[in-house]
Design a protein around this ligand. Structure first.
Ligand code: F6P
Length: 518
């Protein structure tokens, strides 16, 4: 069982409040001036990932106190409960075992007396054989033609993850064209159908519950379209499903052998590592899907075994708590410097905001402190030409995660050097800012001396704005798996310390009920 400690009642919380006065007095530049090794001391490596926390308002003492907070919140025990399948989603009486989906060594984790490892292994095998048949063209459609287009029908956790990964890793994709239908907006559905040939299209209906109105309505529309164009018997060759609700899938008319399993111990927003990721395996090939799982598994091992003061996802979570609960931060920006990661933020919004957007603690009491943040962002360098102004000179402190890759995929170093110069420069500009003296000199140098007094205040940047930089060698399936699971564990650690349940989502139910009545 998870503890139910109110974080504000801990000794560390009180000490952090006192410590805040010292940190608030110090500009980030001063931290760097005082310690020339700062960047090295606050950087960590994991496989091909280098994470630099040095541009955050932290000192050794801050981290020590934050780790003490984690210890008082019994984080170590909570991590063990997560991995061993305890029912830590207490409001739904469920285990939370997305880590088991990317575990490759035999283990004894079980839920309600049932071993999890064999279930996962068999499901992976089923995904593997199926994807190989589709990709090789061995699987034929109703009229004998191989599949050319795959359509994932799902929403939320049954859509955002697969869609984001398929696009992020499109460099590795094969000949299959992948489409995603999620919104109940029929115009979008028909727009997709317009592009497709029913004889060569495979629909994957992904719904953990198989009760979601958007997904079922879209699936029915696609089924009617297919049957109208061909025959009732075509469904067997063109529809598969991923769900925990076998009965409802069968009632819908999908053949039992075409159902891929899902389990209630996997939350929707943590599910793309299961059969829910079948569109990823189809688009990229099973081997790439497995590499993606193995990347996540590498982070999982690091998270479970590493001391908190060197544990990357733990530090990500603790530093975010420092900002949220002590410095009044309410939003965080995530900026991947890779255009193919342009759906990453939408995916992470569900992960963070559906998980930690809670105001009732694990005791059932209303919380008296902030939980969760607004997550936003988009790809760099595009973001620099839109909302970054607010982060540089606005009135709020908005911590930024910069995500970059040393090498480009297509090897165009001319573009990549400029892209990465921007990735570096943004973090540096946020930290350093620009002093009066520097603005003065610049304006004089550029022959603008007569406007100096008028423009000076507008051109000064105070700096002292915080960021964390994530640098991978290259955007690969393995590295993307690592990155996503870092964020999953960040969400978990925050939920534990905030004493909330990160794994239910009752907040979205009310709107659904009302929509039905309306
Ligand atoms: O309404 C929110 C939600 O329940 C998400 O948590 C989930 O990912 C999504 O809907 C889809 O649910 P399902 O996979 O059951 O269709």
């Amino acid at each position: 069982m998870l503890t139910t400690t109110n974080p504000t009642s801990t000794k560390a919380w009180k000490e952090l409040n006192t410590h805040l006065q010292t940190v608030n007095k110090t500009h980030l530049n001063e931290f760097f001036n005082k310690n020339t090794n700062r960047q090295e001391e606050f950087s960590f490596k994991l496989e091909q990932l280098h994470v630099d926390f040095s541009k955050n308002k932290i000192t050794d003492e801050t981290l020590g106190l934050l780790v003490a907070l984690a210890n008082e919140s019994k984080l170590k025990d909570a991590i063990e409960s997560l991995y061993t399948g305890e029912k830590i989603n207490s409001t739904e009486n469920r285990a939370v075992l997305h880590t088991a989906l990317r575990e490759f060594s035999e283990n004894k984790t079980s839920v309600d007396g049932q071993s999890v490892f064999p279930l996962v292994k068999n499901a992976r095998q089923k995904v593997k054989s199926f994807t190989e048949e589709i990709i090789s063209g061995k699987w034929k459609g109703f009229t004998g033609k191989p599949i050319t287009d795959v359509v994932n029908i799902g929403i939320g956790g049954s859509d955002l993850g697969p869609q984001m990964v398929v696009e992020a890793l499109s460099f590795y994709s094969n000949h299959l064209r992948t489409h995603f239908i999620s919104n109940i907006d029929g115009d979008a559905t028909h727009q997709t159908l317009k592009k497709l040939n029913p004889e060569t299209t495979l629909f994957i209906v992904v719904s953990k519950t198989f009760t979601t109105i958007e997904t079922l309505t879209n699936a029915k529309t696609c089924k009617s379209w297919l049957v109208n164009e061909m025959d009732d018997n075509a469904v067997k060759k063109h529809f598969v499903a991923v769900s925990t609700n076998q009965k409802a899938v069968e009632q819908f008319g999908i053949a039992t052998e075409n159902i891929f399993p899902m389990w209630d111990w996997v939350g929707g927003r943590f599910s793309m590592w299961s059969s829910v990721g079948i569109s990823i395996a189809l688009a990229l090939g099973y081997e790439n899907f497995e590499a993606f799982l193995k990347g996540a598994n590498t982070t999982d091992k690091h998270f479970r075994k590493t001391a908190f003061k060197e544990n990357i996802p733990v530090l990500m979570a603790l530093i975010s708590i420092w900002y949220t609960n002590f410095m009044g931060v309410t939003s965080e920006a995530i900026l991947p410097y890779a255009e193919s990661l342009n759906k990453l933020v939408a995916y992470l919004q569900q992960l963070f905001m559906e998980s930690n957007g809670k105001s009732i603690d694990r005791n059932g009491e209303k919380v008296t402190y902030a939980t969760g943040n607004i997550i936003f962002g988009s790809t760099g360098s595009n973001a620099q030409h839109s909302f970054m102004q607010h982060i540089h000179q606005g009135t709020q402190l908005i911590p930024v995660d910069f995500i970059g890759f040393k090498k480009s995929l297509y090897g165009d170093t001319k573009h990549h050097d400029i892209l990465m110069a921007n990735y570096k420069a943004q973090a540096q500009a946020l930290q350093e800012g620009k002093t009066k003296e520097a603005v003065h000199l610049d304006m004089k140098f550029n022959g603008n001396a007569k406007n100096i007094n008028q423009l000076l205040p507008f051109k000064v940047f105070e700096g002292n704005r915080v960021s964390t930089s994530f640098l991978f060698d290259k955007l690969t399936p393995f590295n993307l798996g690592m990155l996503i699971s870092l964020y999953e564990h960040k969400v978990f650690v925050q939920g534990i310390i905030w004493n909330i349940n990160s794994f239910d989502q009752f907040g979205v139910e009310l709107g659904k009920e009302m929509a039905k009545k309306v």
